[in-house]
Design a protein around this ligand. Structure first.
Ligand code: CP3
Length: 358
């Protein structure tokens, strides 16, 4: 059950934000840019600040969250900050026993693979993520007129970690539960939709300017299975945010075949990885039921940042050119910044994007 918090109350009005203008399908003065995982291990100042503090402890420390979130904004001059947190934070806050293991990712003590385990999954109360809300309040004053993006993991991607017990290449236990016991599967995803919704509404009530729903691993499913087993639950999350009136971004990796369905779930902006050119994405996003054209985000291969100046220039130019096919374009990578990335190259990309005209 969703919290009925006054999701509009604390929000700043940022009519000039190029990111918010583009995310709403408008034409800002310059193409806006931010990077998934822009805060994190690519930055020496992040590694210094995180030394001696575990990932999850950092996520529940409002001052640390604020400072880590600000680091890439100061360094790169990006058009949006993304809240420093993790998709498993609301699960931990609700009482699920899991840890984020460095170099591995989330590891769950007791994987959820039965109807009983699903029934025992705790619900999330907004009070349990109060440190995150506090970090958002600190950030809205620290950021000035730079937009703040909140986020959550989508039901399928959260389910994958809970069912597998950790990161997975093939998601075989997840798919086994999905195919063999659809009733339990839908009960699990419904609970995860509620958790994601409560987490996002708490961020919205505290003042985030946009939200991104990460369904990073949904690309592992066929379109038919996505529609049957995932779409209703992601729709529940995105529909539950509609009254806040902020842009809702929906992203996954390897989702070229799912782009239209991900927009149908209620996305205002659809994230595209590096496999699908933005102009191709725009035609796949032309699904019925929308008044305006699609808004896209993404597409620069995070690995291309290792290939030198000339390649980076060429790729930025190509993506901006192909992005002109969309109603709105937010420049980003096709997935998160890789930890070994030279941060100076990211700053260079921001300057290149800001130097070109739409
Ligand atoms: O700057 C930002 O983008 C905000 C920070 C952010 C983190 N996690 C911080 C983090 C965001 C948006 C996430 C979301 C997230 N977490 C996703 C969806 C996005 C995606 O990448 O597809 C997923 C699948 C996770 C789960 C997760 N958490 C993984 C796979 C890992 C990496 C494990 C590792 O060590 O390689 C984490 C840990 C994590 N989350 C780190 C960071 C900066 C690294 C931990 C550290 O710095 O010690």
């Amino acid at each position: 059950t969703a919290v009925k918090s006054p999701a509009k109350s604390a929000r700043r009005s940022l009519p000039e934000s190029p990111f918010l203008v583009a995310a709403r399908g408008g034409k800002p003065a310059r193409v806006p840019v931010w990077f998934m995982r822009q805060a994190g291990r690519s930055l020496p100042e992040y590694r210094a600040l995180r030394a001696g503090t575990k990932m999850l402890a950092a996520c529940f420390d409002p001052d640390l969250v604020c400072e880590i979130t600000m680091q890439p904004v100061r360094r790169h001059g990006v058009d949006a900050a993304i809240l420093f947190s993790d998709i498993v934070v609301p699960l931990v806050a609700a009482g699920v026993d899991l840890d984020i293991v460095a170099g591995t990712g989330p590891v769950v003590a007791s994987p959820i693979r039965s109807a009983e385990a699903v029934a025992a999954l705790p619900t999330l109360d907004a009070s349990q993520v109060e440190p995150v809300a506090q970090a958002v309040r600190l950030l809205t004053s620290a950021l000035g007129d730079t937009a703040l993006i909140g986020f959550a993991g989508a039901p399928f991607t959260l389910a994958s970690y809970l069912v597998e017990g950790g990161p997975s290449r093939n998601h075989e236990r997840t798919k086994a539960l999905m195919y063999a016991d659809p009733t339990t599967w839908h009960a699990l995803l419904d609970r995860l939709a509620d958790i994601a919704l409560t987490f996002l509404r708490a961020q919205l009530a505290a003042g985030v300017d946009a939200v991104q729903l990460f369904d990073s691993w949904a690309g592992a499913l066929s379109l038919k299975d996505y529609r049957e087993f995932v779409l209703p639950h992601s729709t529940k999350v995105l529909a539950g945010l509609a009254d806040a009136g902020v842009p809702r971004i929906h992203f996954g990796v390897g989702t070229g075949h799912l782009l239209g369905a991900m927009r149908e779930a209620g996305a205002d902006v659809v994230g595209v990885d590096w496999r699908t050119p933005l102009d191709t994405a725009v035609s796949r996003l032309a699904v019925p039921g929308f008044e305006s054209g699609p808004v896209v985000q993404g597409n620069l291969d995070p690995a291309a940042l290792f290939a030198g100046d000339e390649v980076v220039r060429r790729e930025v130019a190509r993506i901006i050119s192909e992005g002109r096919a969309a109603q709105g374009h937010v420049f980003n990578l096709g997935h998160g910044v890789l930890p070994e990335t030279n941060p100076d190259v990211l700053t260079k990309v921001v300057d290149l994007v800001h130097g070109t005209t739409r």
